[in-house]
Design a binder for this molecule. Structure first.
Ligand code: MN
Length: 487
């Protein structure tokens, strides 16, 4: 339904940096340990404890900013953002407000074959709060301080997103960039990548933005889209009916994509930001930034373009193979070994590896965060495919052997040797089998010679069967043709 209104969306993403320790203290930053063990006097907010910035976190934050095309500010500042809540033991969060470490930048999204750049307003570093666990059975709230002080970057987009679909594409692309830089594990369920959205509507063509509503805690790509679609429709119905959108914070209601009021502007916080006196300005050198820039890993979007040229794979294959950094690495490592050690040309090797990875390997692959568990190593897959390219085995045997490698963990060459699966390329042996097949089927031979040339497949099948699938199919074809054409 066409409406007279158009939505404007801005997204704020909090992404956890994958450091070993927290942003301002040496307590471990990992997820999933028992509650309240990853703690120190600093992240518990004990009196007199002083924060010290984590160099690894700063480096990852700068990597993320550069990968997103941001300008890194050589001088930035940590501020205190005050609010009172049990998950914030100090009574303030250390964040960056007036002087964030990165500004501008963009996320390029692709929808319906068109590319659109969504501008970034800023990225700042901040510490995460602890986690409140509301135990409904005891009507009590438990606090887990493991998450308090974990390093985050908050990535704030410009209000340049114009539909729920674009918002989803933006988040997927942003997640992909952070994953391929290796600074975030993109885990929405565990909350290491989470999103808040600002949404407003305005009459089509108007310059001035409407009153915005903030949507909190959107923790899946599906909900992003559903919650935004719901909220846009809600605002349109409200305004069309003569009502006014109130400035408020809403939260999604589980399962339905609906949004429900959380707090109105009257209850909105006044954070009373001021510079944190415990932390001097964060000063980076130009050289430091340049060094990080020159060692940034290749991003998925660049791999997709390069692979289509270098490895001859399709855009679709390239998209599947860049769905996770470990899968991308697996594909390219395998392709390189096979191309270096076999007779195969790069484009033929790339296509074959792409087929085997998508057709066989990914079915048995589990990813979790940045990690992936493959059923066999790139070296093991390469060993098999080298034999295929060197015509030591045929395609059918390769698939069977791969299943065996996955099931037993044995090397492909050993399996081929033990089971006697090596391809028969010996023309004398093949010729003998072809003669036997032709002799056994005189009727088919006669029909073939009368012009029923589609019987070719029948003969090939019989010979392959007789060779237990080991004959070189190309040699079989040629030999049958040769013998059938002999009078
Ligand atoms: Mn924040």
């Amino acid at each position: 339904m066409a409406t007279n209104y158009e939505p404007t969306i801005g997204l704020e993403v909090h992404a956890q940096l994958l450091t070993k320790t927290k942003l301002f203290c040496p307590a471990p930053a990992n997820f999933g340990t028992e509650p309240n063990v990853n703690i120190s006097p600093v992240c518990l907010g004990l009196p007199g404890a002083l924060p010290v910035p984590n160099a690894a976190a700063v480096k990852m934050a700068v990597q993320a900013a550069l990968a997103l095309g941001c300008t890194v500010q050589l001088k930035s500042r940590f501020d205190r953002k005050h609010y009172f809540y049990p998950d914030l033991p100090k009574g303030y969060q250390i964040s960056q407000y007036e002087f964030p470490y990165a500004t501008s930048g963009k996320v390029s999204i692709e929808l319906d074959g068109k590319t659109k750049d969504i501008g970034l307003e800023r990225i700042h570093m901040e510490e995460d709060a602890a986690k409140n666990i509301h135990a409904s059975n005891t009507q009590s709230t438990l606090v887990d301080y493991n998450r308090a002080g974990v390093p985050l970057v908050e990535i704030v987009s410009k209000p340049e997103i114009q539909s729920a679909e674009e918002a989803e594409a933006y988040l997927r692309k942003l997640r992909e960039v952070l994953l391929f830089v290796g600074v975030n594990d993109g885990n929405l369920e565990e909350g290491s990548f989470r999103c808040d959205a600002n949404v407003s509507i305005k009459p089509v063509g108007d310059k001035e933005l409407g009153t915005r509503v903030e949507l909190k805690n959107i923790n899946s790509f599906r909900f992003v889209r559903k919650a935004l679609e719901y909220e846009i429709a809600r605002q349109e119905a409200l305004v069309s009916g003569g009502g006014k959108v109130e400035m408020e914070t809403r939260t999604r209601s589980d399962g339905q994509g609906k949004t429900l009021p959380m707090r109105s502007k009257e209850q909105a916080h006044d954070y009373r930001y001021f510079p944190d006196p415990d932390l001097p300005a964060l000063v980076l050198s130009q050289q430091y930034v340049e060094d990080i820039k020159s060692t940034l890993p290749e991003l998925a979007s660049a791999k997709r373009i390069r692979w289509q040229q270098e490895w001859g794979i399709t855009a679709y294959d390239a998209a599947v193979l860049t769905s996770h950094p470990a899968i991308a690495n697996y594909f390219e490592t395998t392709s390189k070994i096979v191309a270096n050690q076999s007779e195969g040309k790069a484009t033929a090797v790339g296509k074959k590896v792409a087929n085997f990875v998508q057709g066989e390997v990914l079915r048995h692959t589990r990813t979790s965060g940045l990690h992936a568990d493959f059923p066999l190593s790139p070296e093991q897959l390469a060993e098999l495919l080298i034999m295929l390219f060197d015509e030591a085995i045929n395609g059918k045997t390769a698939k069977d052997v791969l299943a065996e490698v996955i099931a037993t963990g044995k090397g492909a060459a050993a399996i081929v040797k033990d089971k006697g699966l090596a391809q028969v390329t010996d023309t004398a042996a093949i010729e003998e089998q072809v003669r036997a097949v032709l002799k056994a089927h005189p009727g088919e031979v006669a029909k073939y010679r009368e012009g029923k040339t589609n019987l070719m497949g029948f003969f090939v099948g019989k010979v392959m069967q007789a060779s237990q699938g080991k004959a070189n199919p190309k040699a079989v074809n040629e030999t049958i043709q040769k013998l059938l054409n002999e009078v």
